[in-house]
Design a protein around this ligand. Sequence first.
Ligand code: GTP
Ligand code: MG
Length: 429
Amino acid sequence: MGERRNGHMIGNGWRGRERAIVGALRLPAARRWQVEESLEELSGLVAAAGGVVVERVMQERQAPSPSLYFGRGKVAEIAEAASRQKARLFVCDDALSPIQERNISKELGIKVIDRTALILDIFAQRARTAEGKLQVELAQLTYLLPRLIGQWTHLERLGGGIGTRGPGETQLESDRRVIRRRVMQIKRELQRVQVHRRLQREGRRRAGVPVVALVGYTNAGKTTLLNRLAGSHLVAHDQLFVTLDPAARLVDDAGHAPFILTDTVGFIRKLPHVLVAAFRATLEELAVADALVHVVDASHPAIDEHMAAVNALLAELEVADRPIILALNKVDRMEPGPGLDAVVDRFAGIPISAATGAGLDRLRAAVEATLRPGARAITLCIPHGEGAALALAYDRGRVLGRQDEPDHVRLEIELPGAVLGALRSFQVV
Ligand SMILES: Nc1nc2c(ncn2[C@@H]2O[C@H](COP(=O)(O)OP(=O)(O)OP(=O)(O)O)[C@@H](O)[C@H]2O)c(=O)[nH]1
Ligand SMILES: [Mg+2]
């Protein structure tokens, strides 16, 4: 825990970074450690956004206050901490209504945002491709729109009159119209991108190479695993939401059937719905994957919460019915013994370490077994005269190795059961 916290700060040189206070309510249903865990994660998000957390606050309450979220006394306490710590930002772990946001900000005299706005900010900083940028902008605008409306109705409820009508209101109205128009435009552009992606996917499908998608909580080690399996050098980092734009790499090891492995944006609990909706185009990759590998940080104390968050999102994206292989990553951080065995037993996953390479053979075998349940690797000797048989072998099977002899071709090949019969006469045992 402490080690990870230091990682956020030291790794980034926190001097000169925006100083922030994070806070959460503990409602009766929540356990103290759950709220603390969530605040720890929120601090990681602040670091990912380029800030540094200087203080954490928690308040126990029966329910949020509609106007201020926290109690009045707590807000005064936060104000005192903000001036003492020279903090310029307060981040609330749960969604704030526009009214709550405005009221707290007025009391504190500093900027106030919630978890959703913070995640949107990180995504905005990270987006690189045109598609990623469009998706983030769409999410930001959709998030902004109801808040503008909220502000407007709030003014209306104040009873109208001096200072609440006139240019201010007109401005908000036209803001809303501008935003709506931009949202339509982005959706149209994203549709074009989607068509392009569909064509790409069809091309891949025609080439007959299966697709496996990595999914998992942010910072679980998805990109590290992709790099390890595909020999690539994509950016992996001890920070939340490093990967935003999905990368795809061919995994083609000698002796194994090749497959395409795709990286995906990491999931997180309380992931803003506007982001899930906006990232549907990217996440569509999951819907066409032949199998998913769910990467979990098995060394993380909140492993259950992480897995639950990922499973809920997979269900929301309607891909939970895909074959899913569970990879329990970072086992190099855990003591071998009963603790580790219990985790492996409890989740029925494959223990791996993307960092050291341990367990990757088993993972690869599981992927292959999932992709081609009926396929078997055999050896064929096809005489040079038998062109049709050779063509059939290449067409329907996966050639793992080839040796050209004077009078025949020797193939190490994986064949689906249906084709095995037609080529059996060439099989050598
Ligand atoms: N000790 C250990 N560290 C690992 C392992 N796999 C990944 N890491 C580290 O965990 C951190 C996160 O790894 P990433 O591969 O960036 O994680 P990710 O799932 O792609 O994260 P996002 O893209 O942010 O969602 C990095 O610092 C990695 O070096 C592992 O098996 N063991
Ligand atoms: Mg990544």
